[in-house]
Design a protein around this ligand. Structure first.
Ligand code: OAD
Length: 242
């Protein structure tokens, strides 16, 4: 990919970029949804019906992050950001925190963060929480409890049917508008099924930008991209930006 003094790069990452670090993807064989109906563990309705099941699922995912490190694809994005500064933006659907761990700074976490919790009732800000809660225990908000109110904590993750974090889409759209024809949109390791992330390739096209896809296999929206590289992210992402 040719990068000039005016090139603006918007990167969208999905579970595939973390696969080689050992984080399971969602929809591949052995993926995270296996054995779970998505609506059971990733929707407000599922949480209302069975908070213990939902907390068990996310506690397992938290425990599964032990010893997991960013890989060369995450690190290639850090290097690219250092080259481009404000002409770089990283929108990630991942909740694993590996981009920040690698050193990326201009990140929009579209789907929240696995290692954060928030109260379902009070407006205290989401807080860092790496606890894998014991089976059978639903964590409660300590601040509400101090006021004599029982309120469940929940993972700070955007579930199906929920709004993205305030300003996330607006920030991405502003970047796309500012970049215009100088935009290079690069999607990495995402199945292109979940909106609004899946629609970004069209937004890039509308402003006259160029789109790239790096993915292990051709996803549903493959024909929307100008350039497609099929292969593992740890090999193909560093190669794309050299
Ligand atoms: P998916 O699991 O749907 O897709 C992962 C994609 O990565 C697939 O197309 C794989 O072919 C590809 N892939 C796997 N290993 C790879 C590798 N080593 N290198 C490159 N590509 C690889 O994950 P997402 O598209 O991220 O939302 O899923 C989107 C959202 O669906 C998630 O953020 C999650 C889920 O609902 C929430 O949790 C809110």
């Amino acid at each position: 990919m040719r990068i000039t003094d005016t090139t603006h790069v918007l990167v969208l990452t999905g579970a595939g970029i973390s696969a080689e670090s050992g984080v399971p993807t969602f929809r591949d064989a052995g993926g995270l949804w296996e054995g779970h109906d998505v609506t059971e563990v990733a929707s407000p309705e599922g949480f209302a019906a069975d908070p213990l099941l939902v907390w068990r699922f996310y506690s397992q995912r938290r425990a599964g992050m032990q010893g997991i490190e960013p890989n060369t694809a995450h690190r290639a994005l850090v290097d690219l950001e250092r080259r481009l500064g404000d002409r770089f933006l990283l929108a990630t659907q991942n909740v694993d925190g590996l981009h920040a761990a690698a050193g990326s700074e201009r990140i929009i976490e579209m789907h929240g963060a696995l290692m954060r919790s928030r109260c379902t009732r009070c407006d205290r800000p989401p807080f860092a929480d790496t606890t894998a809660y014991r089976a059978g225990v639903a964590p409660m908000c300590g601040q509400c409890k101090a006021r004599g109110v029982d309120a469940l904590l929940r993972p700070d993750i955007v579930w199906f049917g929920e709004m993205l974090p305030e300003g996330a889409i607006a920030q991405i759209e502003a970047f796309v508008r500012r970049a215009g024809r100088n935009l290079a949109f690069v999607a990495i390791g995402t199945s292109g099924l979940v909106h609004p992330a899946a629609g970004l390739v069209e937004a890039a096209r509308r402003v006259g930008g160029t789109s790239y896809l790096v993915n292990l296999e051709a996803p549903a929206n493959v024909t929307a991209f100008d350039h497609v590289v099929l292969g593992p992210a740890t090999r193909e992402v560093p190669a794309l930006f050299t």
